[in-house]
Design a protein around this ligand. Structure first.
Ligand SMILES: Nc1nc2c(ncn2[C@@H]2O[C@H](COP(=O)(O)OP(=O)(O)OP(=O)(O)O)[C@@H](O)[C@H]2O)c(=O)[nH]1
Ligand SMILES: [Mg+2]
Length: 661
């Protein structure tokens, strides 16, 4: 385990919530303008002699804020398990923090010692580095995060951590602390997969993930009515059927490129069908609801792995949940033996479900690289996209898409992703949050900041992160674009970088994104790779079979059509209760309107006809036993002429009566 030293501010400062953005304010004079004019001094094509004679000052934007990402050796990361319990990582040769053996919580994967200065008191604070998530974000996102109601409460998490460290004054007042090097640390439980969720601001989390509730409309009820009209004696039953409930559709909206709208709306309910009316008037159909998602959205049922839908192309529409059938009115029950039926059905309940949406951007080429390498600048140069560009790491918090067009026929969609940090595959930084968006890319462009201290290591770091995140991702064809060639240090490093990569069989490209030099070659190469490795986007020929998209609705319909005599019986010997379970039977119970006298008779008849009574007798039901079918609870009575369940009562009455004192 490793240790790290942290300088603490005054306790007052600690107690106060502090911005997580260690980056200079936008209005701050420290911050460099993104205008290419600042590079006017530097020549477009650096000439060695010129830089030697009059080297450009290192204050040129683009070179100074580059973060150098040193990665641990791959074996060091891979060897230990990432599980929570008692795992040791050796990230450096620093001293290992002693942890309390009794407390499993403190036995974490990595620990770094933090030196704290507090009110003149210098002390060595032992901080469990594994509990921190390190990232930098910009302040407007932070605000967004704060007002998120669905957000996992960071305070909750911190409180837990505070309790664990209750003996430590530093943690009693502080949930976040800044490292001296400008990084902000949040306390959170270090549990694989959970850390990322808790630490990532809502706007970023909701960018490509959402959880929504959908419900198809219930069918309208049928009614009992009789025709009464002058000169029409015995007009007969005239109760109309209820209207069908509205359906739930999921449709791909081409203009959407995130799932952020689902932050504002979570519940999608289709309208219920109108009830039938007298004079044979059927109810109106309920209003459909269309859930619009971005191209590339994967739909799952909440908590399940199985993918229900994968919606890739604008205009695709899937019928997810069909609305409930309208109940029949008494006119529908008229028959030769019963010309005056006093019975009508309830509308069928519409199915409901919680869905998890996940967006994997449909891009042909993904631009990856360390923070501040110039990825967004490249995208802005090659496409009409206008991503935010600034001279500090993690300017890009959400992926940006741009369309590169070579001519009318050949275009490709390019995604600029947030920068990758050391440990990104374990949730550090932001990049990993969005790495899955490259899974659908056919090629990658690695932008390397040539002005960083060791561009080769920066490149290796990103490669390693990709590999650790997903080996398939690392196998995708890629172009290496060595950026910022207009800066002297980049120019000087280029030969060694090129040599190093060539020795590995990679032919790197050099460019200056700001000066728009060399970018065309890079993008042409990426296009060439794309053509060679056509992904799912290119394989698409024509619209997919619409029946496939409606398979969820088909399953629901199939379930609805299941025969009424398809049931199972379970016996609870402790309480003498017989449970009769079968979707056809349960649906029948739900649609029976018990207010009408004929309904109970019909129900008894159905139980007899579909063999429930016979099966119960065979299984040994006794006088007084309870029989439960759907929401109805009955008592079994043996009688010589006809035995069967009677004394029906609803198991749970949904009506909530006010409590009278
Ligand atoms: N001198 C020089 N500066 C560049 C060049 N390309 C980008 N920059 C500068 O580098 C800084 C970072 O550029 P971005 O495009 O925001 O970098 P990024 O990789 O998108 O950064 P993140 O979004 O934070 O990961 C900006 O100040 C750019 O103006 C270049 O070719 N030459
Ligand atoms: Mg960027």
């Amino acid at each position: 385990m490793a240790s790290i030293f942290l300088t603490c501010c005054s306790p007052r400062a600690l107690a106060r919530p502090r911005t997580r953005n260690p980056i200079p304010n936008r209005s701050s004079p420290d911050r460099h303008s993104r205008s290419p004019n600042r590079n006017r001094n530097s020549n477009l094509k650096p000439q060695k002699s010129k830089y030697k004679s009059a080297p450009q000052p290192l204050t040129l934007s683009g070179g100074e804020a580059t973060t150098y990402n040193r990665l641990p050796l791959k074996e060091d990361v891979e060897a230990p398990s990432l599980s929570f319990a008692a795992t040791e990582f050796k990230l450096s040769d620093s001293s290992v923090v002693e942890t309390d053996e009794d407390d499993e919580v403190y036995r974490l994967s990595r620990e770094k010692e933090v030196e704290v200065e507090e009110d003149g008191m210098d002390s060595q604070l032992r901080v469990d580095y594994g509990k921190f998530e390190v990232y930098e974000i910009n302040s407007d996102v932070e605000e967004d995060d704060c007002d998120d109601h669905n957000d996992y409460s960071r305070e909750e998490v911190s409180t837990k951590t505070v309790n664990k460290h209750s003996s430590n004054r530093f943690y009693e007042t502080e949930e976040e602390e800044e490292f001296t090097n400008g990084q902000t640390v949040y306390l959170s439980d270090f549990e694989e997969g959970v850390v990322k969720e808790k630490g990532v601001p809502a706007v970023m989390r909701c960018f490509d993930r959402a959880k929504i509730y959908v419900k198809a409309g219930d069918g309208g009820n049928g009614v009992v009515a009789f025709r009464r009209e002058k000169f029409v004696p015995l007009g007969g039953p005239s109760g109309g059927d209820g209207g069908r409930g509205g359906n739930v559709y999921v449709e791909v909206e081409g203009s959407m490129n995130s799932l952020l709208p689902f932050r504002n709306r979570v519940h999608y309910r289709a309208g219920r069908g109108s009830h039938g009316q007298g004079m044979m008037m059927n109810g109106a159909k309920g209003e459909d609801v269309v859930v619009k998602v971005a191209p590339g959205t994967v739909v799952r049922e909440a908590g399940k792995e199985e993918v229900l839908l994968e919606l890739l192309y604008p205009g695709q529409r899937a019928l997810l949940l069909p609305g409930g059938r309208g109940g029949r009115g008494n006119a529908a029950f008229k028959c030769g033996s019963n010309k005056v039926p006093r019975i009508a059905e309830n509308g069928e309940e519409g199915p409901e479900m919680w869905l998890e949406l996940e967006l994997k951007l449909v891009a042909d080429v993904g631009i990856v690289g360390a923070p501040n390498a110039g990825k967004s600048t490249l995208l802005s140069v090659i496409s009409a996209a206008q991503p935010t560009i600034a001279n500090y790491p993690f300017t890009t918090l959400l992926p940006n898409l741009g369309v590169v067009s070579f001519d009318y026929d050949s275009t490709m969609v390019v995604a600029d992703l947030p920068g990758l940090l050391e440990g990104a595959h374990r949730g550090f930084g932001l990049g990993q949050e969005f790495l899955r968006h490259t899974e659908r890319c056919s090629a990658l462009v690695h932008v390397v900041d040539g002005s960083s201290q060791q561009p080769e290591f920066e490149f290796d770091a990103v490669r390693l992160e990709l590999e650790l995140f997903s080996p398939e991702l690392a196998e995708k064809p890629f172009v290496v674009a060595y950026n910022k060639m207009d800066l002297p240090e980049a120019y000087e490093n280029w030969p060694s970088f090129k040599e190093r990569l060539q020795s590995c069989g990679i032919e790197p490209f050099c460019m200056s994104a700001v000066m728009r030099e060399g970018t065309h070659e890079v993008i042409c190469k990426a296009y060439e790779l794309l053509q060679k490795n056509k992904g799912p986007n290119q394989e698409f020929e024509g619209w997919p079979d619409p029946v496939n998209l409606n398979h969820v609705a088909d399953t629901v319909q199939k379930q609805r059509r299941s025969p009424i005599n398809d049931f199972e019986i379970f016996y609870d010997s402790g309480s003498n209760i017989w449970h009769v379970v079968g979707s056809g039977l349960q649906r029948f119970v739900q649609m029976t309107n018990w207010r009408y006298a004929d309904s109970e008779r019909r129900f008894q008849h159905v139980l007899e006809a579909c063999g429930v009574n016979k099966s119960l007798t065979k299984m040994g039901v006794k006088e007084g036993d309870t029989v439960i079918v759907g929401e109805m609870e009955m008592v079994w009575h043996d009688s010589p002429e006809s035995s069967g369940p009677s004394n029906m009562k609803k198991r749970y009455d949904p009506t909530k009566w006010p409590q009278l004192m």
